[in-house]
Design a protein around this ligand. Sequence first.
Ligand code: FAD
Length: 389
Amino acid sequence: MITVAPIVDSVLRMWDCIVVGAGPAGAIAALRLAKHGHEVLLVDKASFPRYKVCGCCLNSVAQEVLAEAGLENLLRSQQAVQLDELQLFDGNRKAYIKLPSSYSLSREKFDLSLIDFAVDQGCRFLPNTLVHVSKSDEDFHTIQLAGPGTEVGFARAKVLIVADGLSGRTLDGRDEFKPIVSGKSRFGAGVILDEPPSFYESGKIYMACGSGGYVGLVRLEDGRLDVAAALDPSYSRKASGVPGAAADILAGCGLPAPSTWKDSHWAGTQVLTRRRDRVAGHRLFIAGDACGYPEPFTGEGIAWALQSGLATANLASRGIREWQPALSTAWQDRYRILRKQQSRSALVARTLRNETTRRLLINSAATFPSIAATAVKYITSVRSAVWQG
Ligand SMILES: Cc1cc2nc3c(=O)[nH]c(=O)nc-3n(C[C@H](O)[C@H](O)[C@H](O)COP(=O)(O)OP(=O)(O)OC[C@H]3O[C@@H](n4cnc5c(N)ncnc54)[C@H](O)[C@@H]3O)c2cc1C
């Protein structure tokens, strides 16, 4: 039997905006809307703080968007670790590249602090609740909220922002928003190690490349080691699973893995490379990974998520006051700028898949480190503020 749980009673009403997913895209969108005085409900199926497979590196674009949202002190206040070097490995080749302003911060801390800021601005946050779009009318969407038990309730929103990540299924059943998944895609996997080998120093990103994928390692604010990998499904199967495949890639580069490696609690993702042709609809915007995602080699996903969260919030704010079809067209158009950035990142990842070009690239980066540092700086800089307007 379906009952309406007391936990969701007070949220079963009309909202200016419901934001689905409290990752960086959803949380910053909710924060911006609440700051503009709108009534916002931010919903996530997970309880927070939550682990998320991620390299946990924040580049200068992410920092710029945080500053634009008034959160310029967030990284420092959360003791994020400043990163100064990327160490790239492939077999016995290595290159050390100087990094422009970058930080590492666990997703538990980063995502939770964004949510806290949104709540401080008056946003209502509902964790442990799965969202499904039930019905869309001319003036509002009806949203089904399913709590942790069998409880189900319905809320309405003048505008909906869907930021449900790579594996989000909020819009399942709406053919126009069906994701297109690349057949050759790798999948993501990750773990956080409590007692990592002392070899891995704080302030550096270690990136081990191999024929079946790559593994990134970075120290977090509390000294734990974040491990995030992108792997070919066939390579992982041959190595009898993710920990074996990731360990093989590290060993191939002469990098150490702790004895607890295989017994640690690894998590995986859906295949990574996907896109949606439509990222907006009537009173609806899609933000973050939910729009589409290439491979994560260049570590720009959080920056894209934050940019799209702010951009969709600004458009949603106008739509709450008076909806106009031009608003969804505007996001569809503006999202092209982010798609270009993603294509550039996808090109880097594709280049690194090929052994010859990968080795050539690493050798060149080792021989000309300042050119490599300039290339990294170019890749991780803002050239167009998609969130403005
Ligand atoms: C291996 C790997 C390494 C990476 N490394 C980096 C890196 O170093 N730097 C970087 O910038 N990016 C990196 N990324 C990318 C980054 O993790 C993502 O781009 C970023 O998390 C996207 O944020 P988001 O808000 O769009 O989605 P998410 O952070 O995935 O949040 C989506 C939220 O939606 C919720 N949700 C889903 N469905 C529902 C539903 N129906 N109802 C309610 N809630 C729902 C989920 O619980 C989740 O909390 C990496 C990714 C991978 C896979």
